[in-house]
Design a protein around this ligand. Structure first.
Ligand code: PLP
Length: 406
């Protein structure tokens, strides 16, 4: 009789987004025609830019010719894209990352989840609280998280690093020393960022203890502050302790196109093995590459026109973030994030619970938010708002929420 992976049976239901959708549905049923604006969704809404579309059209035409046809591509990504990334995202910032250290993939979500394949099951893992749930659930599936404690909303083998108002939503190195440390900057959900000095503390800590930092920088394109590094490899010492995840999803509107990449430096060794070789082996065995057409589209992001066009879209979302942050702050609410990130972390007034506040805002303003408690126990008392919506709808949503507090 086959045995299933029992770790899957320990997972709590994927409560957050299904519960948000259920509550919106129930509200709609009792208030038909209600014009609900969703500031809850983490997906982009602006269309792909012309440079990307042109490059993809050209690639589709190539695929229809005998000379230009591409079958299986390199598992690590085409050289043209790896080189464009090395130049555009790293050399341009004075950071030396070689194409051989870059692995193109179909998403940072897959990479953040799959990276666990190269690490033993006994490793101790540290995550931020609140957290992007993928880090937690994929470790739970692999048997690295222990048992789920319903009453605490935590797994007993994971180290949770609270990111709260008192520490500026910035994780602090825990007393019990982890082997694997997930950091996410700009952060989903809090919108907080790690400065170069803060990141240096983590890099030194990881090098001192032989830990590995898994650095998720999927929202890098939203960074505006000078003291915030765009890549962990701007920090001295990171090449011996860090793996970085980046994505075209939010940078270039590729959520439906699927393209991302992971950087594993050659110097990063643990247990006598180069992690670059292990990840290469993993990808070659379990992954057959990103479509040629999609990689051509991604490479177009590094042309001068492509760059200007994607920056215009990012500016559009940044303007939304400003509207949300400034509007709600003027109404007397307390907001965090939204300057170097597309997420605004709104403190619920008078200590109202996340879900109660979600219900109030849905009912009185017809605006959907994402309850912070769904991202971890330290998210209680907050909701996450996103800047990825339509500009007019975002303005209307903010006006409606402000009216609740007049
Ligand atoms: N990492 C973080 C922190 C995210 O919030 C998301 C998407 O919401 C991802 C990764 C996923 O990126 P991708 O679309 O490349 O899979």
């Amino acid at each position: 009789m086959v045995k299933v992976n029992e770790n899957f049976l320990k997972l709590p239901g994927s409560y957050l987004f299904s519960e948000v959708a259920r509550r919106i549905r129930v509200y709609n049923e009792s208030h038909p025609g209600a014009d609900i604006i969703k500031l809850s969704i983490g997906d982009v809404t602006r269309p792909l830019v012309p440079a990307v579309i042109q490059a993809m059209h050209k690639a589709v035409d190539e695929m229809g010719t005998a000379e230009g046809f591409h079958g299986y591509g390199p598992e690590q990504g085409y050289e043209f894209l790896r080189e464009a990334i090395a130049r555009g995202d790293y050399a341009a910032r004075g950071v030396d990352i070689q194409p051989g250290e870059i692995f193109v993939s179909d998403g940072a979500k897959s990479d953040c989840g799959n990276i666990g394949d190269i690490f033993g099951v006994d490793n101790i893992v540290a995550v931020c609280d609140p957290v992007y749930p993928v880090y937690v659930d994929t470790n739970a599936m692999a048997g690295r998280a222990g048992e789920y404690q319903e009453e605490l909303g935590k797994w007993n083998r994971l180290i949770y690093m609270p990111c709260v108002e008192e520490n500026g939503f910035s994780p602090e190195p825990p007393k019990e020393i982890p082997d694997i440390i997930y950091l996410c900057s700009p952060n989903n959900p809090t919108g907080a960022v790690l400065t170069k000095d803060q990141l240096k503390v983590w890099v030194d800590y990881a090098n001192a203890h032989g830990a590995v930092i898994l650095y998720d920088s999927a929202y890098e394109c939203f960074i505006t502050s000078d003291n915030v590094p765009h890549t962990i490899f701007e920090v001295e010492g990171a090449r011996t302790c860090a793996i970085e995840f980046r994505s075209f999803s939010k940078t270039a509107g590729f959520t439906g196109n699927r393209c991302a990449y992971t950087v594993v430096p050659m110097e990063l060794e643990r247990g006598g093995a180069k992690l670059n070789s292990l990840w290469n082996r993993r990808q070659c065995t379990k992954f057959n590459g990103v479509p040629y057409v999609v990689q051509r589209g991604a490479a177009a992001v590094y042309t001068p026109e492509g760059r200007a066009q994607i920056m215009a879209n990012i500016d559009y979302y940044r303007a939304n973030a400003r509207v949300i942050r400034e509007g709600l702050t003027a109404a007397g609410l307390t907001c965090f994030g939204g300057t170097d990130a597309p997420y605004i972390w709104l403190k619920t007034p008078n200590g109202v619970g996340s879900w109660d506040f979600f219900d109030q805002v849905l009912d009185r303003a017809n605006v959907a938010t994402t309850p912070g408690a769904g991202f971890g126990p330290s998210g209680e008392g907050y909701v996450r708002l996103t800047a990825f919506g339509d500009a007019d709808a975002t303005k209307t949503a903010v006006e409606r929420v402000c009216n609740m507090f007049k």
